[in-house]
Design a protein around this ligand. Structure first.
Ligand SMILES: Nc1ncnc2c1ncn2[C@@H]1O[C@H](COP(=O)(O)OP(=O)(O)O)[C@@H](O)[C@H]1O
Ligand code: SF4
Ligand SMILES: [Mg+2]
Length: 385
């Protein structure tokens, strides 16, 4: 992952983001939520890179860390050739417009007391791109482009439907003429019929403006339709990355397999024949993640090695280099997860944080710990835009 490549717009190496948590008890031991814990990925220009995983797996934290809405704990972020992970707010300013975010809840990210024309027109004002009548013309052009009625320039966000508000969010992001748009569950709050419209709009805009997207969702079926490559995230780490078609035909990681089993297939016969794998147990605490493979307490294939040793994210069973999975016992094609049972006792399965660190995890943890030790007092963790 270290060779320079002009096709790559974003490269993330070993990104770590821990949040300090208030601890109880007399000694006030410092604890951290391991929200993102050693993530590496690269996103090529013009592609859509999907990130999928259950709620709480760290997807939003990863997206916001990449956009540098958070200071990160450790790791590096190279955007368009610049290593931005340690940039100050001032140095980030010219780059802010190039990395935009579209959020799940457009209402939460749009000021309810401002008219839509001013909201979408902000970027023109902030960057001195257009004023007066020219600004109004460009805002109305954008409104039309995203499927809003330009006559509604003077309306307030509350006067629009959920789908229309998401279009406002997209128009505002577009006004900055970004290179990368991080869409964080952009359609999760919308009705299914409206979801398709917004997804189609994003796809059209991508083709027209050569945009690159990171598309975050908890629902694999949404990610499947839009992504060139997909990364699966679990408890702060990536468990599998693959070209979308490969992931949906041969998932190697049992977690991907379990997520996929919940996605309805277009062919009802096939859908009926396939069993849905219900993941047992809750997602463990990201404050003290399980040792070895973090998925081991819930994995139908878990074996002793999964508790003791961290699996490396690498091609499995002859897969091409773009398809990597972090699993000691990857699934072969046609294998049915429902046929498996863990070969370790339940009591052996959860060994919480720090017990059995080995190899890479020890290294990531050391890097993170050093970074935490040298950082100032914890930053307030709000959105900074
Ligand atoms: N600002 C924060 N302070 C403390 N913990 C946080 C904060 N934001 C997220 N977390 C925790 O980090 C973990 C990952 O959260 P998040 O990135 O929102 O996951 P996802 O987007 O996949 O649902 C969760 O355990 C969540 O509670
Ligand atoms: S490494 Fe072990 S516990 Fe983890 S996904 Fe693979 S088989 Fe399951
Ligand atoms: Mg989220």
């Amino acid at each position: 992952m270290s060779t320079p490549d002009n096709d790559v717009l974003l490269r993330v190496d070993n990104l770590v983001k821990y949040f300090p948590v208030k601890s109880s008890g007399y000694f006030q031991k410092k604890e951290f939520v391991h929200a993102v814990d050693g993530v590496s990925l690269s996103v090529r220009r013009g592609e859509t890179f999907g990130i999928v995983g259950e709620t709480g797996s760290g997807k939003s934290t990863l997206g916001r860390s990449i956009a540098r809405l958070y200071d990160i704990t450790a790791g590096s972020i190279t955007f368009d050739g610049q290593e931005i992970s340690q940039y100050s707010q001032r140095r980030m300013r010219p780059l802010r417009r190039q990395i935009q975010m579209v959020f799940q809840d457009p209402m939460g990210s749009l000021n309810p007391r401002r008219r839509v024309g001013s909201i979408i027109g902000d970027p023109f004002a902030i960057h001195g791109l257009a004023t007066g009548a020219e600004r109004k013309r460009r805002v109305q052009e954008l409104m039309e482009r995203v499927g809003l009625n330009p006559e509604h320039f003077n309306r307030f966000p509350a006067e629009f439907s959920g789908g229309q508000r998401q279009r406002i969010g997209v128009a505002r992001a577009l006004a900055f003429q970004p290179k990368l748009i991080i869409c964080d569950e952009p359609v999760s709050a919308l009705d299914v019929s409206i979801q398709a419209q917004v997804i189609n709009l994003l796809a059209d805009l991508q083709a027209e403006f050569g945009l690159t997207y990171i598309f975050i969702a908890h629902d694999l079926s949404v990610v499947r339709h839009v992504s060139n490559n997909v990364a699966v995230m679990y408890l702060g780490q990536l468990t599998e990355i693959a070209p979308a078609d490969d992931l949906f035909t041969v998932a190697r990681h049992p977690y991907t397999g379990a997520l996929l089993s919940a996605v309805p297939l277009p062919d009802p016969d096939l859908s009926e024949r396939r069993e849905q794998i219900i993941l047992v147990g809750d997602v463990p605490s990201p404050i003290a993640p399980p040792s070895g493979c973090r998925f081991h307490p819930r994995c139908p294939k878990a074996a002793p090695v999964c508790v003791s040793t961290i699996p490396v994210l690498e091609p499995k069973l002859g897969d091409k280099p773009a398809h990597v999975a972090a699993c000691h016992l990857p699934m072969a094609q046609g294998e049915n997860l429902a046929d498996f049972h863990p070969t370790i006792a339940a009591a052996q399965r959860v060994i919480e944080g720090g017990g059995l660190l080995s190899g890479d995890e020890a290294e990531v943890s050391t890097v993170a710990a050093e970074a935490l030790a040298t950082s100032d007092t914890p930053q307030p963790e709000g959105r900074r835009q």
